[in-house]
Design a protein around this ligand. Structure first.
Ligand SMILES: *[C@@H]1O[C@H](CO)[C@@H](O)[C@H](O)[C@H]1NC(C)=O
Ligand SMILES: *[C@@H]1O[C@H](CO)[C@@H](O)[C@H](O)[C@H]1NC(C)=O
Ligand SMILES: *[C@@H]1O[C@H](CO)[C@@H](O)[C@H](O)[C@H]1NC(C)=O
Ligand SMILES: *[C@@H]1O[C@H](CO)[C@@H](O)[C@H](O)[C@H]1NC(C)=O
Ligand SMILES: *[C@@H]1O[C@H](CO)[C@@H](O)[C@H](O)[C@H]1NC(C)=O
Length: 345
């Protein structure tokens, strides 16, 4: 029995030694990005005249401290639907594995059997599956400060491509600007469909694009109400607001909304707001508020003036009349009494 086994082993090793039998990998050490696919390019050879009966790909797996070769199609359920044999029963033994996972890292072997002898490749392909990780340093900056983006992967694959909020980046980020706040992910050229987990960048800045918005456009009429709202882009959001007005009667106010509930002509003027956060403050451009009396107001005013004029005239007349009526008869009676006195004397 022992002799038989030994004999068999000798026969087998004699077989593998034969230069005619070989499995050759184009690239025996591969590195690929998680989620992408990889192709093990492979050719095999055997003695002319032999017929290939079986082919199979195996993965080395450590089981209870012992390395075993487990056939992908049979034992490794996780490879089902993910591996694709591109080879044939002649000389091509290429294999493609899709949707790579980090635990696909390992040694792969090709095995074929002919009508005379079975063989597995002594050589193997080593695959490293690496996750891609984007890093942003520092994660929170002030506008104008330096930022470093880095795409970390253990594979040396090619040039790195960057995405901001899912869109390819057109500029290189170095000095942070207000609009650079977002999520950054990277990929390697040729692997565009696979992107790293995103890294967030938070750019803080004092208020920008400050504007004063008037709730009503155009001329405003006396008595109506209007709200002026101070809008701005800021990170963190603006939390202090100051209103300035050229109209002397209006006090400088605070708060995002300046409410003018009952407009007067004196409210007319130029207004601007200042928005501020912990990083600074800036002013809006000025807006013009024009308050005008309405036609009805004018009619009432004119009517009022008219009434006043009429009243004044009337009063003057009365005064004149009263004076006349008071003085003259009195004078006359005096005169009369004098006359009478004179007459009686
Ligand atoms: C395959 O083996 C045959 C002999 O069996 C040899 O002539 C041929 O060159 C080999 N091909 C390769 C690619 O090694
Ligand atoms: C490999 O990892 C995936 C998830 O990432 C898991 O579903 C699968 O079972 C793992 N396979 C093995 C052989 O551990
Ligand atoms: C400020 O306004 C400009 C022009 O409208 C715009 O391009 C920019 O994105 C704005 N900035 C912020 C931080 O919203
Ligand atoms: C102004 O705001 C106040 C309360 O904030 C609201 O009652 C009023 O209707 C607003 N006026 C206009 C013209 O939007
Ligand atoms: C904003 O305008 C006010 C009033 O005109 C002025 O006193 C202040 O200095 C201005 N602030 C800035 C930041 O320009």
């Amino acid at each position: 029995m022992m002799i038989a086994v030994l004999l068999l082993l000798t026969v087998k090793s004699a077989g593998t030694v034969s230069a005619a039998r070989s499995v050759t990998f184009e690239n025996p050490d591969l590195c690929a990005i998680k989620g992408s696919s990889v192709t093990f390019r492979c050719v095999y050879n055997y003695t002319a005249g032999e017929t290939v009966r079986t082919t199979g790909w195996y993965k080395g797996r450590l089981e209870n401290g012992v390395w075993k070769r487990v056939e992908l199609s049979v034992d490794l359920l996780s490879y089902r639907h993910r591996y694709e044999y591109l080879g044939d029963q002649q000389h091509n033994c290429s294999l493609k594995v899709h949707e790579l996972q980090v635990n696909d890292t390992g040694y792969y072997y090709f095995h074929f059997g002919t009508d005379t002898i079975g063989m597995r490749s002594k050589t193997s392909v080593h695959l490293t599956v690496s996750e891609m990780r984007a890093t942003v340093q520092p994660e929170r900056v002030r506008a104008g400060e330096k930022v470093t983006l880095e795409c970390v992967t253990s594979c040396q694959l090619g040039s790195t491509l960057w995405f901001k909020d899912g869109h390819p980046m057109t500029k290189t980020l170095l000095w942070a600007q207000a609009e650079d706040t977002g999520k950054y992910s990277c990929t390697v050229k040729g692997y565009e469909s696979v992107q790293s987990h995103p890294a967030a960048l938070d750019v803080q800045y004092s208020p920008l694009n400050v504007s004063a918005e008037v709730s009503q456009a155009g001329l405003l009429s006396v008595g109506s109400n209007v709200n002026l709202t101070c809008n701005s882009a800021a990170n963190p959001e603006a939390d202090s607001y100051t209103w300035y007005s050229s109209s002397s009667r209006l006090q400088v106010a605070s708060g995002r909304v300046l409410s003018l509930p009952s407009l007067e002509v004196s409210h007319s003027g130029v207004y601007l707001c200042q928005a501020g956060n912990s990083l600074g403050e800036s002013n809006s451009t000025a807006v013009l508020l024009e308050v005008e009396e309405t036609k009805i107001d004018r009619v009432i005013l004119l009517f009022g003036i008219g009434v006043k004029v009429v009243l004044m005239l009337f009063l003057t007349l009365i005064i004149i009349w009263v004076r006349k009526g008071w003085c003259n008869p009195a004078g006359d009676s005096k005169m009369d009494s004098n006359d009478y006195e004179n007459m009686t004397m």
